[in-house]
Design a protein around this ligand. Structure first.
Ligand code: SF4
Length: 385
């Protein structure tokens, strides 16, 4: 008998090894039968430490991925179009007060050219991400109109679905972006603990951020919600986040480990283990078997991809073209100029792991099917936790 300790010091319960084994088998079986998981089961799973138990969790996540997606993996190109930001998130390299980070704002021509280069490599989507750049987030000509025009141009030029990640914007702007052809709106809460949110995103509104995603969904856009791992969240927080994302009916769900950034208040905080991110991703697959769950090249580059594939993810994000002066988010330069964040290198790893890049038709078919679910189910059920 031993005291099993979940991540972040959350104490589970005292169980013997055979009891843990039996309980794990029951929880995994229930998830694979589609019976759903409650908070208690999620806390139990995120607290697993034993290698054999973790292998069973990852294997279950892979079986569910195979059931819903086969061997297909979707690839997302990533363009960080502006590194200016009006906010001061304590974890972020691009926070307004950080004088150590490189600032740039790409013009429309540069963005379209980089998107074209990415599209020619076989990615399935172009993700246009930016800090909350005050020069863009305004109603002037270089503002929201410009952003909508960029979305339209990238769509027209590449023929690919577009994800926009501009931060918090008014509902009419979401409408403009949807009209311009944006398929996805991504705006991560990072945590669903209001207390932790205040510490991570000082001066920002939890509800405004949450409500923007609900509004985008109501407009027929697909939404991505995300968590930042290793920033002081408890096992309970993780379970609450799964429940919140379930309520939001997020179409894509991600967890990404915190990477300490120089020049920020959290620069001295230790980076949490990759295993915690992998476990959370596998639990996400059990809770959201039919959704998209990405692994980002932004945390560990190409080197961390194999293990992330083993945890049940089905999207690889943050493919960045070299030679365009573009940055990543959590790792501003890792693997970019070396060409390691390219579709070619990722496809090699996929094939070594028995997976393959999906076709564009397969990706757009998934989007259409998911959109039909979202449009059919636009009841006003979204409320902040
Ligand atoms: S996380 Fe986003 S909103 Fe926060 S400082 Fe960084 S770029 Fe700005």
């Amino acid at each position: 008998m031993w005291l099993q300790t979940a991540p972040h010091g959350f104490n589970l319960e005292i169980m013997t090894a055979p009891e843990t084994h039996r309980r794990l088998a029951a929880v995994l079986q229930s998830a694979e039968k589609g019976e759903g998981l409650g908070g208690e089961e999620i806390r139990f799973l995120t607290g697993l430490r034993d290698r054999e138990h973790l292998e069973a969790l990852f294997a279950s996540a892979r079986r569910l991925r195979a059931r819903y997606f086969g061997e297909k993996i979707f690839l997302y190109g990533f363009l960080y179009i502006s590194t200016y930001c009006r906010n001061n998130c304590n974890f972020c390299y691009y926070r307004k007060s950080n004088r150590e980070c490189v600032r740039y704002r790409k013009d429309a021509g540069e963005i379209v050219s980089a998107a074209r280069a990415l599209s020619q490599t076989g990615v399935h989507l172009i993700d246009l991400t930016m800090g909350e750049d005050p020069e863009i987030l305004n109603s002037g000509k270089g503002g929201y109109d410009w952003l909508a025009d960029v979305v339209r141009s990238v769509r027209d030029e590449t023929g690919l679905p577009v994800m926009v990640s501009p931060g918090v914007v008014p509902e009419d702007v979401l409408h403009m972006l949807a009209e311009a052809g944006a398929t996805w709106y991504a705006c991560y809460q990072e945590t669903h603990s209001r207390e932790l949110f205040k510490r991570l995103r000082p001066g920002q509104s939890y509800d405004e951020r949450w409500n923007g995603k609900a509004a985008a969904h109501a407009l027929g856009m697909l939404i991505e919600e995300g968590l930042l791992g290793g920033v002081g969240e408890s096992g309970n927080d993780l379970a609450d986040s799964m429940e919140a994302m379930h309520r939001l009916e997020a179409d894509q769900i991600r967890i990404m480990n915190f990477v300490p950034q120089c020049g920020t208040p959290m620069a001295g905080r230790a980076q949490s283990s990759r295993l915690r991110e992998l476990v959370a991703a596998a639990v996400m697959r059990l809770v959201f078997p039919d959704r998209l769950i990405p692994a980002s090249l932004d945390v560990d580059g190409l080197a961390g991809l194999g293990e992330r594939l083993d945890s049940g993810v089905n999207v690889i994000t943050s493919l960045v073209p070299p030679g365009k002066g573009l940055a990543g988010v959590a790792q501003s330069s890792l693997d970019i100029e070396e060409g390691n964040r390219s579709a070619g290198r990722v496809k090699r790893i996929l094939s070594e792991n028995g997976m393959r890049a999906a076709t564009l038709e397969e990706y757009t078919a998934w989007i259409e099917q998911r959109r039909s679910v979202v449009m059919a189910d636009r009841s006003p059920r979204w409320s902040a936790c």
